[in-house]
Write a protein that binds this ligand. Structure first.
Ligand code: CMC
Length: 391
């Protein structure tokens, strides 16, 4: 027995790493609440920025507080001009998630004297900068990938409209705001804002626990989100649906291959570590998929394919026994596609959504006197002591 080692827990299935007052999940009942407010009510009545304030500061903002917060974020949208050259140094084929995490890391180099994690004013300033600049970096990663000119932010626009214009506007003509699009995107972002100790949030906390600043911690969180078992699943779902469509394989045949674990193929967008019942976010996304596509005048056979896949899986014993249900990533891709985002931008949208949650957790961790550097143990399985050969 190794001294001090109490339990082995692959994937932290049974180990709580912290106390937290931010988000409550009951996976058996399919309940998700931010600071006590049910996700359904927030998605229906609130906005991304209001929920960001709620997560970060703990209470809903007053109208004045929200106005000042919005104003402050608008003032920080510009990127340093030199940072534009960072984008030109990358290949146009670069995955936007790699661009995003690298750019956030690079961002810290411009603000080294105002990013001390121990200084509350610096933390506040960094919070505003990240919330304001991440969408701009994301849009530039998109523009770069399609070979179009970057636009400067228009701070007369709301957070979401500014982001949409930066992605879909161009220098030649004015950008027309589509309220259906803005509302739908704002709602999707709310659904992604926090999810307690998921892999990327735990990464943000772990990196932050070393005393690293918020930029470094968020950049690490973006990298953790990139993987297909986490945020990258929304991209993987669309690729999976497109592959089924292109191959002409029947949905039932594909499900059989998943059940047989053929080549490790999984039903992407299904299953969750915590939800053993329908993911409440997936329910909301599914509800809006039809409405959003109709509102945008898009008819996508991939939505029908997704519904057929869900139906077959939900009735199948393999999925029932393992309590596998659609998660938040199952239907979002179809909506993002209808909005005009390329598949490789999907996880970037997740990152923008999750940013307030990451910041809230980093700040909660830093303010908690019980916080210690994160340092998991291991069970050593290697060789015993041996002697280096005499030569
Ligand atoms: N398709 C087929 N089988 C699955 C799936 C799936 N999507 N998910 C889990 N299983 C099976 C798994 O093979 C295992 O079977 P068995 O008992 O025969 O070995 C059983 O269900 C339990 O799964 P697990 O891998 O032990 O579960 P986990 O809690 O470690 O993993 C998960 C959770 C989300 C990584 C996993 O369900 C998965 O890989 N899903 C697909 C990827 C995905 O959609 N990820 C997004 C998660 S939600 C949003 C987010 O966090 O970004």
């Amino acid at each position: 027995k190794q001294s001090g080692l109490t339990a082995l827990d692959y994937g932290f299935v049974n180990t709580a790493s912290t106390r937290s007052a931010i988000t409550y999940i009951d996976g058996n009942e399919g309940i998700l609440r931010y600071r006590g407010y049910p996700i359904e009510q927030l998605a229906q009545n609130s906005t991304y920025l209001e929920v960001a304030w709620l997560l970060i500061y703990g209470e809903l903002p007053t109208a004045d507080e929200l106005g000042a917060f919005d104003e402050r974020i608008r003032r920080h949208t510009l990127l340093h001009e030199d940072l534009k050259r960072f984008f030109s140094a990358l290949p146009h084929t670069a995955h936007p998630m790699s661009v995003l995490s690298s750019a956030v890391s690079a961002l810290s180099t411009y603000y080294e004297d105002t990013s001390d994690p121990e200084n509350p004013d610096h933390v506040e300033m960094t919070t505003m900068r990240l919330l304001a600049k991440l969408p701009v970096i994301a849009a530039y990663a998109h523009k770069k990938s399609v070979g179009q000119a970057f636009l400067y932010p228009d701070n007369s626009l709301s957070f979401v409209d500014n982001f949409l214009r930066l992605n879909f506007g161009n220098l030649a003509e004015p950008y027309e705001i589509d309220p259906t699009l803005s509302k739908a995107l704002d709602r999707l972002l709310i659904l992604h804002e926090d999810h307690e100790q998921n892999a990327s949030t735990s990464t943000v906390r772990l990196v932050g626990s070393t005393g690293a600043n918020l930029y470094a911690s968020i950049s690490a969180g973006i990298n953790a989100l990139y993987g297909p078992l986490h945020g990258g699943a929304n991209e993987a779902v669309l690729q999976m649906l497109a592959r089924i469509q292109d191959s002409g394989e029947s949905v039932a045949k594909f499900v059989e291959r998943v059940k047989n674990k053929e080549d490790g193929v999984k039903l992407m967008g299904f299953g969750h570590r915590v939800y053993k019942n329908y993911d409440p976010r997936a329910k909301l996304v599914k509800e809006s998929a039809d409405a959003v596509l109709a509102g945008l005048g898009v008819n996508d056979p991939l939505l029908d394919l997704a519904k057929e896949l869900e139906q077959i899986a939900l009735e199948d014993d393999y999925f029932k026994e393992r309590r596998l249900y659609p998660n938040v990533d199952f239907y979002t891709g179809v909506i993002y596609k209808a909005m005009g985002f390329p598949t490789r931008m999907f996880t970037v949208l997740f990152a923008i959504g999750r940013l307030p949650g990451w910041i809230a957790h980093w700040r909660e961790m830093n303010a908690d006197p019980a916080t210690k550097i994160g340092r998991p143990q291991q069970l050593y399985t290697g060789a015993g002591e041996r002697q280096f050969p005499q030569r």
